[in-house]
Write a protein that binds this ligand. Structure first.
Ligand code: SAM
Length: 414
């Protein structure tokens, strides 16, 4: 039956198309696992939040401080002009998101799966190992001296002369970890070591770990080796003290100088930008950022966040803490093209919704490969993620901590 097909498709891909709506339910763990051959992302290490239930009635856990906070944050009665516009924007998204959520709630089978997404038989205590702080490590004077050990032993090496694959065992390779393009060109995952921590590097992934100051090093020498798909999740400033303890943020003006045009392939690029719901930021993106990058707006996708019992992580109308985030999409023209032409050639669905249970703080669901089919290119699009915290096969990851979620503690013990 159709339902069975969708289920087996979900078990394979981690994507589940909900009936009668432009909505995809996603299990990021299953999506990510498709990039690994020997390793598995640990569901309990991914889903660190939103899985607590109260024993008695299975209601999501909520303490009284959260409730009090929620009361305080309720939408004010009178809105100023900016809030009015923000509210209008929200109302447009609201009906779409309410419909998407309703489609999830009537799907009994999917709700059943949702509850069990974190089951992996591993205890959480095992994952306590200390993580390296790459932001700190990269800012000390010794940073250029740090080397990462790539254990290529079980790797298949492609030999140019014979044009065939041979199983070749070679010495571990040591390469600088900062300000260096590190690539796993093999056909298998590899394990890398840095200061006694282990990192799992998926096949076909590439990273460049540096500060924004050195982002120019990503600009390709030839524009036809530029990128067709550029995914960006900037460290936007925000008043949350919690966020400040997780990673450094930057004032908006720093993002204006990102060289999106120079990174773009001669055929053009699809640019996908994660934004928060702050009206001031949305206006900055529309009026300043996209124009300065030369990007023409094309569509908005939504990420709706649910708990493991299917309920939203916060009320849909909560003014300062919405249960959704937006991915704003646009096209950047290449050498001779124009963005209107790109828009026509690659019609993006507007109002696509993704639903998932969030992972760690600020971690986005892996939507990159879903966007591939809309990227302007002749064969396989070249892809880059800016401000990345993880590696994806077939993608370049840049940021000051692209190895963050590759730490072996986020993977199941083999
Ligand atoms: N998309 C990521 C994910 O799903 O996990 C989250 C990215 S987070 C919003 C922004 C990232 O930008 C953080 O990893 C932060 O350390 C990094 N960042 C902050 N300042 C930076 C700088 N000056 N240069 C490079 N990266 C920076």
């Amino acid at each position: 039956s159709v339902a069975d097909d969708r289920l087996s498709e979900f078990l394979k891909t981690g994507l589940y198309r909900l009936e009668n709506s432009n909505t995809i339910f996603m299990d990021p763990v299953r999506v990510l696992n498709r990039y690994y051959s020997r390793f598995r992302v640990s569901p309990s290490a991914y889903y660190t939040r939103f899985f607590q239930f109260r024993e008695a009635n299975n209601k999501p856990f909520e303490n009284s401080t959260a409730k009090r906070k929620r009361k305080r944050q309720r939408k004010p009665q009178t809105l100023n002009q900016r809030e009015e516009i923000a509210n209008q924007r929200h109302q447009e998204a609201r009906s779409l998101l309410a419909r998407a959520h309703a489609a999830l709630l009537v799907d009994g089978e999917l709700l059943e799966i949702l509850r069990s997404l974190r089951k992996d038989g591993e205890s959480l205590e095992k994952r306590d190992g200390s993580e390296l702080n790459f932001v700190e490590l990269g800012s000390v004077w010794q940073a250029p001296l740090y080397e990462i050990i790539l254990n290529l032993c079980q790797d298949h090496i492609f030999t140019e002369n014979e044009g065939s694959q041979v199983n070749q065992c070679c010495e571990p390779r040591m390469v600088p970890v900062f300000n260096n393009h590190v690539i796993n060109q093999g056909t298998d995952d590899l394990v890398a070591e840095l200061l006694s921590n282990k990192y799992i590097i998926p096949r076909g992934s590439c990273f460049y770990m540096s500060d924004l100051r050195d982002v120019q090093n990503l600009v390709p020498a030839e524009s036809d080796s530029g990128f067709n798909l550029i995914l960006i999740d900037p460290p936007w400033e925000n008043s949350s003290a919690h966020q400040k303890s997780k990673y450094p943020t930057l004032p908006n003006r720093y993002f204006l100088s990102l060289s999106i045009k120079q990174l773009t392939h001669s055929l053009g690029s699809l640019v996908a930008l994660w934004v928060t719901n702050r009206e001031k930021l949305r206006r900055f993106v529309e009026n300043d950022l996209f124009p300065s990058w030369g990007v023409k707006y094309a569509a908005t996708f939504y990420w709706l966040k649910v708990k493991a019992d299917g309920s939203l992580i916060s009320e849909l109308d909560l003014f300062h803490h919405r249960p959704y985030e937006c991915l704003v999409l646009g096209y950047c023209p290449g050498k001779n093209g124009d963005s209107e032409g790109l828009l026509k050639q690659n019609p993006l669905p507007d109002n696509q919704v993704f639903i998932s249970v969030p992972g760690d703080y600020s971690r986005k669901p892996p939507v990159g490969d879903f966007l591939l089919k809309y990227a302007p290119s002749v064969d396989h699009p070249r892809c880059i993620e800016l401000f990345a915290r993880e590696l994806i096969g077939g993608w370049n990851s840049w940021g000051n901590e692209p190895l963050h979620f590759q730490d072996s503690k986020y993977f199941l013990n083999q």
